[in-house]
Design a protein around this ligand. Structure first.
Ligand SMILES: [Zn+2]
Length: 460
């Protein structure tokens, strides 16, 4: 049960399904990796880029560019190599063209970079944005921008889900994986995907097991064990899709990775790069009880992670980005926990969560000015509890329908509180009812106290 109290604040899952507004970016070329030296050598061509005027090309700050070239194999002049700006993990590049021009439809970039390898030593921290290499594996998520990621400035959107045709090679390791394709035992392998994915790389010396197209990577679980795990995962997928009325049909990849920082025993850190789910510190053999069922904490844990199947980077924009991304995934995990572990379990979880927010103060959503004002306690605890109050007031069905409409709105624009209101009224909640809820639980200066009181009254 150690997970229950710790999990909430330890899931750092920034996700992933990116909407490309004008066409789907395709990436082809070669990537050579060296596990011993942490070396990357990339020659990549991006095509079918969206027609963007305000854009940046983001590439990890540890990568050194040899050149950018155009479709005629001519060098392209670019800005960012001197006195350039940093965005997150990356240096921002733009082409030195007429300022009125759009990003070209195609370009090629050649670059190299090397990253630290942790063997008997540690960093003080680890997160999804770090290229993490140890003596066994190399992990590079889309957040690291190990490959060129396009930033749509106007819509504040990172576009990093690409279709691909890539040749990956690995020095010093036996297995190569790129998100969306089955892992391969090979020193060099060709990977093709006609479906866009954020490009997580996971390569190294490890084994994997497969069950009907689903995989567990870097583990020694038996096929029987894997089947039990995937049976449980199917239950969670079915539960989420039944609740939201949106299908969850993709095969998934569970990855056991090792953090490059020292972690407390028993703690687990997970991230999601759909349809991959990576975890440290989880013993896959110990996920299930003697009846072959996940322990309750894991239903909730995976319920949150798989919730990002729906609330991913498709909703991660605007000032309330963290709210749409994490609070909704966490709220979905309440439904999963209730359905698969029972009401009693969920009640305990909800009451436990109150402890994390009692002493803290929070700004109402309508007064949020910067993304990061929605801190971890806000996004993982307070706001999901707010959504739980919403469900308790209007019923599960209307709550889930509201979520579904919110997702529809997110296909076209950055979400705002107004979208929540429109989604709620579309799902059958009257404007007046929503207004009363909003006044008390969203915008009131004492909204936190109101949420706590409501949860205590119902579940305490
Ligand atoms: Zn999350």
């Amino acid at each position: 049960m150690y997970l229950k109290s710790k999990l909430i604040l330890q899931l750092v899952c920034a996700l992933s399904l990116c909407n490309t507004l004008n066409g789907q970016i395709h990436m082809e070329g070669s990537v050579a990796l060296d596990l011993k030296t942490g070396f990357f050598k990339c020659d990549l061509q991006l095509s079918n880029l969206p027609k963007l005027k305000a854009y940046r090309i983001l590439l990890n700050k540890g990568m050194n560019i040899k050149y950018f070239k155009d479709t005629r194999n001519e060098l392209i002049d670019y800005v960012g190599h001197y006195d350039g700006s940093i965005k997150g993990e990356a240096v921002e590049y733009t082409f030195k063209a007429d300022p009125n021009e759009h990003i070209p439809q195609e370009f090629r970039v050649n670059y190299k970079g090397a990253f630290p390898v942790y063997v008997d030593d540690f960093n003080l921290f680890d997160h999804k944005g770090l290229i993490a290499i140890n003596d066994k594996t190399l992990r590079a998520t889309e957040q690291t921008k190990w490959y060129p990621v396009v930033y749509d400035v106007k819509n504040d959107k990172l576009i990093h889900s690409y279709t691909y045709d890539l040749t990956l090679s690995l020095e010093g390791g036996s297995t190569i994986f790129i998100n969306g394709s089955a892992p391969k035992k090979a020193a060099k392998e060709h990977f093709v995907s006609n479906k866009a994915h954020p490009l997580l790389l996971f390569a190294g010396n490890y084994d994997f097991v497969e069950d009907k197209g689903d995989y567990i990577l870097n583990t020694t679980v038996t096929k029987e064990n894997a089947e039990i795990i995937f049976g449980n995962i199917a239950r969670i997928k079915n539960n989420l899709s039944k609740n939201l009325g949106i299908e969850f049909s993709d095969n998934i990849y569970l990855i056991h990775h090792r953090a490059i920082n020292k972690r407390k025993k028993g703690s687990s850190w997970g991230f999601n790069t759909y349809p991959s789910f990576a975890f440290t510190g989880l013993d896959f053999k110990k996920l299930v009880d003697s009846n072959g069922k996940f322990y309750d904490d894991y239903y909730k844990y995976f319920g949150h992670e798989f919730g990002h199947n729906y609330f991913g980077s498709n909703v991660m924009s605007g000032k309330l980005g963290w709210f749409w991304l994490e609070s909704f995934a966490e709220y979905l995990s309440y439904n999963t926990a209730e359905d698969l572990s029972g009401k009693q379990f969920l009640s305990e979880v909800l009451i436990e969560q109150l402890k994390h927010i009692k002493e803290s103060s929070f700004i109402p959503l309508d007064k949020i000015e910067h993304k990061d004002q929605i801190d971890e306690k806000y996004r993982y605890v307070l706001a999901p509890l707010m959504l739980k109050c919403f469900e308790d007031r209007f019923g599960r069905q209307k709550a889930n329908l509201t979520l579904k409409y919110v997702l529809d709105f997110a296909k076209k624009e950055s979400l705002t509180l107004e979208h929540l209101e429109r989604a709620a009224t579309k799902s059958g909640i009257s404007k007046k009812q929503f207004e009363v809820f909003k006044t008390n639980f969203i915008i009131h200066t004492d909204f936190k106290e109101h949420i706590i009181r409501e949860i205590e009254k119902k579940y305490g």
